[in-house]
Design a protein around this ligand. Structure first.
Ligand SMILES: NC(=O)c1ccc[n+]([C@@H]2O[C@H](COP(=O)([O-])OP(=O)(O)OC[C@H]3O[C@@H](n4cnc5c(N)ncnc54)[C@H](OP(=O)(O)O)[C@@H]3O)[C@@H](O)[C@H]2O)c1
Length: 448
């Protein structure tokens, strides 16, 4: 039966049939009827896709039937359509090509094409999951139901950021409730789109996305359509995978800096991927940067990309130099990724009315040995900054603009050197790379 079915479809491959041709109806129906009588039953290797003006019978799949909804999942690179109202009953016998015609298609405005056909019986996909007992495992996850608000994406590349490392240890405060899949952001191809986002996304689109509880370290992910954006055509999946966490953080850092009316900025961990983006973006906006690193050999690159000052925090005269430069440049904004005692030591050397904004927690000891006097004497402030809530508050059009702005600059201002790609099985090596060799560039996860 399987062979009959495939042959039938392959014979028709690349031919186009107009649905108002009655012969096509019957040919099509025959294929379906024969199919359902065999072993296919509720897992039917058929997919109809409509795609602007076309209906395509495409590769692949797994049909999971529920009373209200036929959920279609696709394995290959291609497409899917949602057919909620199409099937009233829970078996393929209720499929009738005329119903398809009636429910979804405007007469004379479409054609059916048969594409290469291939059997697939996959019902789960692989993902790197974090569990309540703080263990991390690569395991099979069932395909989720795509609700009206969701988008199902085949993941092509996912970045490995300090936020992911923290999540893998269970120390990221905004992490979803475990068990959840790791991976904050990524790039991939749309497989299925919920109704509410069908006006701007369709199956087959190349996209960048932010994850929900189905993270990006997986073969597939499900996320809210409000977190999915078209990928810039000039970027590779690998480049596009790091489109958000660091770049968007820096874009919003610039906005906060400008709103608060500072003249120059100080940043710690300045040789991080994010630190380099900050140097470039602030320079493009005519703002001087005072950059703190912990190694002399990190200085040269930062000066080359536009840093105004680079200080080694391990030098004996570090505090004195910092105080002089900060005063000279009226540098009253300190973006700190390290925290703890170090952050306070720097704040004490800054001019009056300085603001310490904590945006990372790289130091092992996060206690701030701060006195009221430290703040009161110079009218100083301490706050914290996390990109996600700032970004989430933006109207969707603003988000789209931010992401487009970033994607246009992924090869320049927001360039992140990719040092090495790891498979899902090697996620632990990817984390290790991120911990030990960040200076060499980013690790990324490539699930396929
Ligand atoms: N708040 C937010 O919304 C937000 C968003 C994105 C990123 N971040 C934070 O931004 C920071 C940088 O991220 P990234 O992806 O750009 O990092 P990255 O490229 O992986 O680089 C990490 C850098 O941190 C430095 N570092 C690590 N531990 C340190 C310590 N104890 N003292 C001093 N320096 C230390 C390393 O310096 P060496 O080269 O000397 O080893 C390295 O350059 C992270 O803390 C991350 O969590 C925050």
């Amino acid at each position: 039966m399987k062979r009959f079915f495939c042959e039938h479809l392959l014979k028709a491959e690349r031919k186009r049939y107009h649905l108002n041709n009655i012969v096509t109806y019957f040919a099509f129906e025959k294929v379906l009827r024969n199919a359902h009588r065999s072993e296919f039953n509720s897992s039917v290797p058929l997919l109809f896709m409509y795609h602007t003006s076309e209906v395509v019978l495409h590769k692949t799949l797994n049909l999971r039937v529920t009373p209200e909804r036929l959920h279609v999942t696709l394995w290959s690179h291609s497409f899917v359509f949602s057919c909620d109202s199409l099937f009233q009953e829970s078996t393929i016998e209720s499929l009738n090509i005329l119903e398809l015609y009636d429910h979804n298609i405007q007469p004379n405005k479409f054609a059916i094409t048969f594409d290469t056909f291939q059997m697939a019986e996959k019902k789960t996909f692989r993902a790197v999951r974090f569990h309540p007992d703080k263990t991390v495992k690569v395991e099979q996850v069932e395909f989720p139901i795509v609700t009206d608000d969701d988008v199902l994406i085949k993941v092509e590349a996912a970045s490995v950021n300090p936020v992911d490392v923290n999540m893998s240890k269970g120390i990221y405060p905004r992490a979803p409730k475990p068990p959840h899949t790791l991976g904050f952001e990524g790039s991939g191809t749309v497989v299925e789109v919920g109704k509410n986002h069908a006006h701007r996304l369709k199956a087959g689109d190349r996209v960048v996305f932010l994850s929900g509880s189905y993270g990006s370290w997986a073969e597939y992910t499900l996320t809210s359509g409000t977190k999915v954006f078209h990928m810039h055509p000039d970027n590779t999946f690998e480049e596009a995978a790091s489109h958000f966490v660091n770049p968007a953080t820096v874009v919003i850092m610039l906005r906060l800096f400008q709103q608060e009316g500072h003249k120059a900025v100080i940043q710690s961990a300045a040789n991080s991927a994010l630190g380099k983006m900050l140097i470039k973006l602030f320079k493009e906006n005519g703002i001087k940067t005072i950059n703190l690193v912990r190694r002399d050999d990190a200085k040269e690159e930062l000066l080359r990309i536009g840093a105004d000052y680079v200080l080694n925090t391990n030098d004996n005269d570090f505090e004195q130099n910092l105080e002089e430069i900060a005063k000279k440049e009226s540098a009253t904004k300190f973006y700190d990724a390290i925290g703890g005692e170090f952050a306070v030591k720097v704040l004490r050397k800054l001019p009056p009315e300085s603001i310490l904004t904590i945006y990372g927690i790289l130091a092992a000891d996060q206690r701030l040995p701060l006195t009221s006097f430290d703040l009161f004497s110079g009218d100083k402030q301490v706050n914290s900054y996390n990109v996600t809530p700032h970004f989430e508050k933006l109207p969707f059009e603003e988000k789209e603009k931010h992401v487009a702005f970033i994607q246009q600059r992924l090869k320049t201002t927001f360039h992140s050197k990719i040092a090495k790609a790891f498979s899902l099985d090697k996620y632990a090596d990817a984390i290790d790379h991120s911990n030990k060799f960040a200076a060499e560039g980013k690790a990324i996860i490539k699930p396929w």
